[in-house]
Design a protein around this ligand. Structure first.
Ligand code: PA5
Ligand code: NI
Length: 186
């Protein structure tokens, strides 16, 4: 019976995943039309700027139940107008699935919204653990001056519903007011 090497490693200092099976995707400013409040500013900035990237280890087919996926997200620091760089955010397509996020480095804020559009948020930092219940949309903003890195674990049949957020947005946005992050009605 063979004892084999794992196919994927997590660099604990950086939160990065390595291994042949790790998928990678990037979101540049040109991919984020309509995500930020000030679309005019977004459209006027250099469109090739990298805003965030995601690595994912998905050992079974997406949509199949019973498995777990593992991811690493890195959000570059910056703002679009007063609004911090952030992920698009989504509900899970299979609404009754939750997710764990945990902070690896940097300073972030996890913004959550339930189906009644109630919004709340949690500070993210190295070692912070965040349980995202089912039926709750989630997005993360980098509110620091360094990279924000967090890891995630979610069910293989969760799926991503981006359309609802693209259509209706979150009921609040995270903007800088007097040098501090503030959640304001949108
Ligand atoms: O599974 C997750 O919730 C994360 O891995 C996100 O997909 C990642 O942070 C990128 O955000 P979004 O999918 O909203 O663009
Ligand atoms: Ni998710």
């Amino acid at each position: 019976m063979a004892i084999v090497q794992p196919s994927v490693f997590l660099k604990l200092q950086s939160g990065k995943l390595t291994g042949d099976q790790v998928l990678k995707s990037q979101k540049k400013l040109k991919d984020l039309e309509g995500v930020f409040q000030d679309e005019q500013i977004r459209a006027a900035l250099p469109q090739e700027s990298l805003i965030y990237e995601v690595q994912a280890f998905m050992p079974i087919a997406e949509g199949k139940s019973g498995g777990l996926f593992f991811g690493n997200s890195t959000i570059y620091p910056g703002k679009i107008g007063a609004e911090y760089h952030m992920t698009r955010g989504h509900f899970h397509s299979n609404l009754d699935t939750g997710e764990y996020y945990w902070g690896v480095k940097g300073e972030g804020i996890l913004i959550m919204m339930d189906e009644d559009r109630n919004v709340w948020a949690e500070e993210m930092s190295e070692g912070s653990v965040h349980y995202i219940p089912g039926k709750v949309a989630h997005r993360v903003a980098n509110v620091g001056e360094e990279l924000l890195v967090f890891n995630a674990c979610w069910p293989s049949d969760a799926g991503h519903d981006y359309a609802t957020i693209a259509e209706k947005g979150f009921a609040a946005r995270l903007v800088e007011v007097d040098g501090e992050p503030k959640l304001v009605d949108s």
